[in-house]
Design a protein around this ligand. Structure first.
Ligand SMILES: [Zn+2]
Length: 443
């Protein structure tokens, strides 16, 4: 299949534009040279090299953007169930990551990217592990997904961190700089870099300060975890004498170029600080429930003025990467406490698309279907029994649609999934490689 069709037309769907007016229109979504040129109405291809995909009965919308995933962890799916965060990290996930070689990482990332694309996620913010991040970039490049990836930074002299993941401050920064040089802006801008200090407890003060400075100097984003777990928050207070978000701010990491996963155990003061700095929060409801971490106060964050995105986190804490499932859980999870009107369907669909695009710093390019943006488009079949009758496309997407309903997916104007079939990677091979690598690692 060609890298990109000159013109790609999603023909005849119900279109959730996610534009500022929240318009729902009907007709065609057309990309030319990777850029959206028409949203709604009838489109006639201008040239001879075009592809038209049938979207009758489909809801056409911007691709889901997940602002917190770990594609490197996919081979540990089902290997780390029923643990809380710090045990989960120390007994399974860190030893697993320490054992990952390039072959295993490539298999893990391909498996993740295939799963993500087939379930309608077109862009991710991905935290890799400490080593071999080139393999993750290369897998993302092959898959066709739009990915902002960073190597996990872990220079803290913590005896609980396995030797295979410990690194010096200098090595952590130098490796990050080399990855930026190789990958930031690669594949026509589809691949980008983000500094990824794992969480403040895995980093020295010096590393945190350097990341704060270098990210701004290089105009590169920051991706981290904070306030996921009560034990973690207590350790941060013990070490710094202050709360997590204040620590990130003190080291210069907090800004609109920063996306923080979880933020469950944050105070009203911390919410105000996040909003004042324009930092983004990524809500990961499945992961937070499975690790018994708690529930992020998303309605309160939004009320404080924080931009919130959604993410599946990693396969060992979820256990899948289905963006629609996270979207539904986000729509449901906060109502028991904040009332039935909290996070209505259009707001959650917007979080899962434009909210994610903002967290990646790509809101001018993706996250909504508007002429001039890039062609990251998905079509979701709304004719399955569980979505019929489709009274509202917002409701269908937020509450009823499933990953198996995703029919077509384009990234940057390139059709990567057509009729629910991935065209960039061979699924039997992805499956075999993943099984073989997982068996080898966990033997
Ligand atoms: Zn995570």
């Amino acid at each position: 299949m060609a890298e990109r069709d000159d013109e790609l037309v999603f023909r005849g769907g119900t279109i959730l534009t996610i534009d500022p007016q929240h318009r729902v229109v009907t007709g065609d979504v057309a990309c030319r040279g990777g850029e959206l040129v028409q949203v709604g109405g009838d489109y006639m291809p201008a040239g001879r090299d075009y592809t038209i995909v049938d979207c009758a009965g489909c809801i056409v919308m911007p691709g889901l953007v997940q602002a917190h995933v770990h594609t490197c962890q996919t081979l540990a799916r089902g290997r780390a169930d029923d643990l809380e965060l710090l045990d989960w990290l120390r007994t399974v996930v860190w030893p697993y990551e320490a054992a990952l070689d390039e072959v295993a990482l490539s298999a893990a990332a391909e498996l993740a990217c295939a799963e993500l694309l087939l379930s309608g996620t077109t862009a991710i913010l991905d935290m890799a592990t400490v080593h071999h991040t080139d393999a993750v970039f290369a897998a993302a490049e092959r898959s066709g997904i739009r990915a902002t990836i960073g190597k996990a930074m872990m220079d803290a002299p913590d005896p609980q961190i396995p030797p295979g993941l410990r690194e010096s401050t200098r090595a952590s920064l130098d490796t990050s700089a080399a990855l930026i040089a190789r990958w930031h802006g690669a594949a026509g801008g589809r691949l980008r870099y983000a500094y990824a200090p794992r969480f403040v407890l895995s980093c020295t003060d010096e590393l945190l300060r350097e990341v704060g400075e270098q990210a701004r100097a290089r105009d590169v984003r920051i991706h981290t975890h904070a306030s996921e777990n009560a034990g973690e928050v207590a350790l941060v207070r013990q070490r710094f004498g202050k709360d997590n978000i204040a620590v990130l701010d003190e080291f210069g990491l907090l800004g609109d170029h920063c996306c923080i996963a979880h933020c469950i155990h944050v105070s009203a003061d911390e919410r105000r600080l996040l909003a004042a700095r324009g930092a983004h929060v990524c809500h990961c409801p499945s992961s937070n429930l499975k690790l018994a971490s708690g529930i992020c106060a998303v309605p309160e964050l939004i009320a404080a003025g924080v931009s919130v995105a959604i993410g599946a986190d990693g396969a060992p804490c979820n256990n899948n990467l289905d963006g629609l499932l996270e979207l539904r859980l986000t729509a449901l999870l906060h109502k028991h406490r904040a009332g039935p009107r909290a996070l209505p369907a259009p707001e959650v669909v917007r979080m899962a698309t434009l909210g994610g695009a903002r967290a990646l710093g790509l809101a001018s390019q993706i996250g909504s279907l508007e002429p001039g943006k890039r062609g990251d488009v998905i079509a979701i079949d709304a004719t399955a029994l569980h979505t019929v009758p489709t009274a509202s496309p917002w409701s269908a997407i937020a509450y009823a649609a499933r990953a198996s309903d995703v029919r077509h997916v384009a990234v940057d104007g390139r059709l990567v999934v057509r009729d629910a079939e991935l065209h960039t990677l061979e699924l039997p091979r992805v499956r075999d490689r993943a099984r073989a690598a997982a068996n080898r690692l966990f033997r």
